[in-house]
Design a protein around this ligand. Structure first.
Ligand code: SAH
Length: 217
C-alpha cells in the first residue's frame, strides 16, 4: 500500500493535473507521506487527498503541495524560505529537499512537536521550526525570497509583505473559508526605490484551513 507502484501512480496523477517540474515530482516521490499520518490512515497516504492529522487540521493534498512548491521554484531556487503552518511537516519535507534553508512556523505545539520528530526520522536537517503565530512572520530570520502559507487569511498580513526580499514572493490562499484563491504576491521594487511595489496574481480556487491568531499549547 505504501509501495513504489502506489507512489508512481500518485506521480502520474500529479503530471496529469499539470505539475511539470521534475524536481518537484521527484521530491514528492521520495517523501514517505505514510510516515506523516496516523498508522490507521497510512494505506491512504498516496491518494491525492488531504487527510486528518488531529487538532482539526489536515496534511495538505499532494497536488497542492506540488503546485505551491512549483510556484516557489518558479523564479529559481529561493535561498531562504518561510513556511507558515508546519502541520505534520509533510510540505516542509518536500520543500527541504529543494531549498537550502527552510524556516517553518506552526501555532499548535503538539503538531509542531510531531513535525519535528517526523522530519528527524527521515533525516531532514536543513529546517528550523518555531512555535509562533505565522501572521507575524518570523522577522529575525528574514527577509525571505519566498513565504509560503498553508493556511488562509482573509487578507495578506502586512508583516509578511514587510519580510519579503526584493523580487521575493508570497504564495498564499486568500479569502473566507470555502472560497479562497491561491494567490502569489511578488515584491517588484528593487529594494532601492522609496516605496515598495507589489504585484498580485491569482492562480486557482483552493480550500485551506483558516490562518488563526495566537498559539495553542
Ligand atoms: N502543510 C501542512 C498542512 C498544514 S494545515 C502539512 O503538510 O501537514 C495548516 C496548518 O496551519 C495547521 O497545522 C494550522 O495549525 C496552521 N496554522 C493556522 N494558522 C496559523 C498561524 N497563524 N501560524 C502558524 N500556523 C498556523
Amino acid at each position: 500500500m505504501t509501495s513504489q507502484r502506489t507512489r508512481e501512480r500518485l506521480i502520474s496523477r500529479l503530471r496529469d493535473e499539470g505539475i511539470e517540474n521534475q524536481q518537484v515530482l521527484d521530491a514528492i516521490r521520495d517523501t514517505p507521506r505514510h510516515l506523516f499520518v496516523d498508522e490507521a490512515l497510512a494505506h491512504r497516504a498516496y491518494e491525492d487527498t488531504a487527510l486528518p492529522i488531529g487538532f482539526s487540521q489536515t496534511i495538505s493534498q499532494p497536488y497542492i503541495v506540488a503546485r505551491m512548491t512549483e510556484l516557489a521554484l518558479s523564479l529559481g531556487v529561493p535561498g531562504r524560505l518561510l513556511e507558515i503552518g508546519t502541520g505534520c511537516g509533510y510540505q516542509t519535507a518536500v520543500l527541504a529537499q529543494l531549498v537550502p534553508r527552510v524556516f517553518s512556523v506552526e501555532r499548535i505545539e503538539p503538531l509542531l512537536d510531531r513535525a519535528i520528530e517526523n522530519l528527524a526520522q527521515i533525516g531532514i536537517s536543513n529546517v528550523v521550526c518555531r512555535l509562533a503565530d505565522g501572521k507575524m512572520g518570523w522577522e529575525d530570520r528574514g527577509p525571505y525570497n519566498v513565504i509560503l502559507s498553508a493556511a488562509a487569511p482573509e487578507q495578506v498580513p502586512a508583516e509578511l509583505l514587510e519580510q519579503l526580499a526584493p523580487e521575493g514572493m508570497i504564495i498564499i490562499p486568500v479569502g473566507r473559508e470555502g472560497k479562497q484563491m491561491l494567490t502569489v504576491v511578488q515584491r517588484k521594487d528593487d529594494g532601492k526605490a522609496d516605496a515598495r511595489d507589489y504585484q498580485s496574481y491569482e492562480i486557482e480556487p483552493v480550500r485551506f484551513v483558516p490562518l488563526l491568531s495566537g498559539i495553542s499549547r
